[in-house]
Design a protein around this ligand. Structure first.
Ligand code: ADP
Ligand code: MG
Length: 322
């Protein structure tokens, strides 16, 4: 039997928990706890590609940019550079922690981190409707100045503290640069870290030159696209809930452990999954299944000790296959 390939998407919580300050020691500990839970997959013979979020980390990079400009007149870097910085920093950290975890389990594998560009369509409707909030919260006066100076678009914060935050488009990913390299290296037995933070969004101009754009790509959608493009068998999204639920946080809340494609799509359309958190994860899982992937799993980063845990989405119910 040939080896199986799994793409594992690490959510914000796999690296940084809400109640933590964000020190590197905390992130290293969280990463190690999460990566320890992937060992059973390696022992079952899976090749792995790991992707990861970058929300808190790139948020900090953007704020350092802002502070650097104000304090030292350092030119601000555009978003593509900030995302690439975050891929390098987080990817390196995951690589080092994973090498140590593998070493402790006596597993010899190389770990390779690839700074990844993700192709988007420059006519994607998201470019006309920026929604993704990034960076620092500004007051009205500061936001107006930045909007005039830099052409940034702002939206008012809905939370109690108020203020204004920059919004950027979040276009749909359509291609992954170096996808065949990622696939071949993974199939050759190396563990790849790729598409961090959803990848650096780029588009190809009429001469096929790569152009940047002030946007971000959803990490779960990019991870799912990567999983499809490299013909992965299974796709895991590791976040901070053990299962997905219908009627989430309502008295009638119910766990859904085994879902087929049609059920998951129905629940998505009925609004059981919050926009901006669980909905894109379900969409990512569905895209993977629709494009031939065997199984998508959503579960908690620190709990995936074996395959009994988590919600599993397959084209038909798991039970039907037995
Ligand atoms: P990450 O940062 O790990 O990528 P998010 O925080 O964006 O993940 O999304 C995970 C969150 O989705 C959970 O913490 C949970 O509060 C929320 N969520 C919304 N709807 C549901 C649902 N129906 N079932 C489970 N979790 C849900
Ligand atoms: Mg989160």
């Amino acid at each position: 039997m040939g080896k199986k390939l799994a793409v594992i998407a690490l959510g914000g919580n796999a690296l940084l928990r809400d109640n933590q300050a964000g020190t590197i020691e905390e992130q290293e500990k969280n990463a190690t706890d999460t990566l320890n839970n992937l060992i059973f997959l390696i022992k079952e013979g899976y090749e792995l590609v790991i992707t990861h979020g970058n929300g808190p980390q790139v948020g900090n990079i953007l704020m350092r940019n802002d502070a650097g400009e104000q304090m030292y007149n350092i030119a601000q870097m555009p978003i593509d550079i900030c995302v690439a910085d975050s891929q390098g920093g987080i990817g390196y950290m995951i690589e080092r922690m994973l090498r140590n975890v593998l070493n402790r389990h006596g597993i010899e594998k190389n770990v390779v981190c690839i700074v990844t560009q993700v192709i988007v369509d420059k006519d994607d409707p998201a470019f006309r409707d920026p929604q993704k909030r990034i960076g620092k919260i500004y007051n009205k006066e500061q936001a107006d100045i930045l909007a005039a100076q830099k052409n940034w678009v702002f939206k008012e914060e809905i939370k109690s503290e108020g203020g204004f935050r920059r919004v950027v488009p979040s276009p749909f990913p359509t291609g992954i640069i170096n996808e065949s390299v990622i696939r071949d290296l993974a199939k050759a037995g190396n563990i790849l870290i790729a598409a961090g933070g959803g990848g650096v969004p780029v588009f190809l101009d009429e001469n096929n030159d790569i152009r940047t754009t002030e946007a971000v790509v959803d990490k779960d959608l990019a991870s799912s696209l990567l999983a499809t493009k490299i013909n992965a068998d299974e796709f895991y999204i590791l976040t901070d809930v053990p299962y997905i639920y219908i009627n989430y946080k309502k008295p009638e809340q119910e766990i859904r452990e085994f879902l087929n494609y049609a059920d998951a799509l129905k629940y998505l359309n009925e609004g059981h999954f919050a926009k901006g958190s669980m909905a894109p994860k379900i969409q990512a899982c569905l895209n993977f299944i629709k494009n031939g992937g065997r199984m998508s799993v959503i579960t908690e980063a620190f709990k995936l000790e074996d395959k009994s845990y988590g919600s599993k989405i397959t084209m038909e119910y798991e039970d039907d296959r037995r």
